[in-house]
Design a protein around this ligand. Structure first.
Ligand SMILES: [Zn+2]
Length: 314
């Protein structure tokens, strides 16, 4: 769903989260009052989330496809990841190296190409992205309940200098456990103090041992915690690329369906293959992204509502 509001002055436009389990009301209660957030739908098989109610496609009178809202998309993404929290200073596991590999291999992967059909006022989503590496900030991290807090962290780390063309994307990986929050991650946009350049950013909880956000990667290639943040990283980045925000120069959003679901939301927790191979040969268990073209042609795999519009690029 999309609750869009742009704050005066600083601004950000949080767009979505990725969650499992809770219903929308409870998710909503955890977000900043004046923040517009497009939450992913609950995907707990036992929970009837909004996607499972009378959503698009039911009754055959409405298309399941996403609609264009006259705004921008991300023609490319210049990505810098941020690992925030005291524990990263002495971290010796595989998450940092793993996410470096993930973002490096994402560019020009078949998975990245699942979003390249979407066109906006500023061009078309392209499969090529660039990754400038990670930054570690060992100050104490915060939870995901306040987008302004996370934007401030991004601005601090990048020294208020986002990528100048509006293609900057900054995923923030914290060492804060999810607790009772009804989402695993979210993405949003904003500007840094003294800057008019819009940047995209995303928030990630520490998902180690968190069954509600676990993709169930049994490949043995990654730790469970890495596999979990890798999966939701695909969701957030894919949504940012097709529906970056209304804080773009157009003031309008990109692509989402009649119920407010973005491409990641529509295929949340629906996997097309045990592993998806990226352009650097790294492999990940990663959920699919919605393709209007695949749905129309009947060539996608089904989401949790049985709509065959998902692609995972495997
Ligand atoms: Zn989402």
């Amino acid at each position: 769903m999309k609750y869009t509001s742009v704050l005066s002055g600083a601004l950000f436009l949080p767009l979505l989260a990725f969650c499992q389990g809770d219903d929308r009301g409870s998710e909503n209660s955890r977000v900043p009052q004046n923040a517009g957030i497009n939450w992913a739908k609950g995907a707990n098989p036992g929970a009837a989330g909004p996607d499972n109610a009378a959503g698009p496609g039911n009754a055959g009178t409405r298309s399941a496809n996403m609609l264009y809202h006259n705004g921008n998309i991300m023609p490319t993404a210049v990505i810098q990841s941020i690992f925030w929290g005291t524990s990263w200073g002495s971290y010796s596991g595989d998450k940092i190296t793993g996410m470096d590999a993930w973002y490096t291999g994402f560019s020009n992967s078949n998975y990245a190409k699942t979003v390249d059909e979407y066109t906006g006022a500023n061009g078309t989503v392209g499969a090529t992205t660039s990754y400038t590496g990670h930054v570690i900030d060992t100050s104490a991290s915060a939870g995901g309940g306040n987008t302004a807090t996370i934007l401030a962290e991004v601005c601090k780390v990048i020294k208020n200098s986002p990528e100048p063309h509006g293609n900057g994307y900054y995923p923030v990986y914290t060492d804060t456990p999810r607790g009772s929050a009804g989402y695993c991650a979210w993405h949003a946009s904003g500007t840094c103090p003294g800057s008019s350049t819009v940047l995209q950013f995303a928030y990630f909880f520490k998902l180690d041992g968190d069954a509600g956000c676990d993709p169930g990667d049994t490949s043995g290639l990654h730790s469970q915690g890495l596999a979990a943040i890798a999966n939701v990283s695909g969701h957030e980045l894919s949504e940012a690329r097709s529906d970056p925000s209304t804080t773009s120069s157009t003031g309008k959003p990109g692509w989402y369906d009649a119920s407010g679901n973005e491409n990641g939301d529509k295929c949340a927790w629906s996997f097309g293959a045990p592993l998806v191979t990226f352009s650097n040969s790294s492999q990940w268990k990663i959920q699919g992204e919605w393709s209007n073209a695949a749905y129309t042609a009947g060539t996608g795999y089904p989401n949790r509502s049985g709509q065959k519009g998902c692609l995972s690029g495997n």
